[in-house]
Design a protein around this ligand. Structure first.
Ligand code: ZN
Length: 113
């Protein structure tokens, strides 16, 4: 389950922010998660709690914001929505679409005390 190591890096990022920002208690962690990445939100929630025990995020809420997939269609010359990683363009039906969004795993916001 790679969500475990992803959560470890998230906790690492929060600890880094805490050092810089001088806070020691986190209430909410807001994480952006791309819809096309291979990360299960439920697994992230579970791992976050497990990995967070005894760290700065213990007891904090993990708030996952899903980022919808999008890509740039070379044939249409515009951004189109993507529902799968190598999906076809919904307008022209071709597969010359480069993914531009949907793969993110980003620490978006921290609510601290
Ligand atoms: Zn197209």
């Amino acid at each position: 389950m790679h969500e475990m190591s992803l959560c470890e890096s998230v906790v690492g990022l929060v600890e880094e922010e805490a050092r810089k920002g001088g806070f020691s208690k986190v209430r909410t962690v807001v994480l952006e998660l791309g819809a096309l990445g291979h990360v299960e939100p439920e697994a992230m929630l579970f791992c976050f709690e497990a990995v967070g025990r005894g760290t700065i995020v213990e007891g904090a809420r993990l708030d996952i914001v899903r980022v919808p997939g999008a890509g740039w269609c070379l044939d249409c010359g515009k951004t189109v929505p993507l529902t799968e990683r190598f999906g076809a363009c919904p307008d022209c039906g071709r597969h010359r679409v480069q993914m531009t969004a949907g793969d993110e795993l980003r620490l978006k916001e921290l609510e601290v005390e």
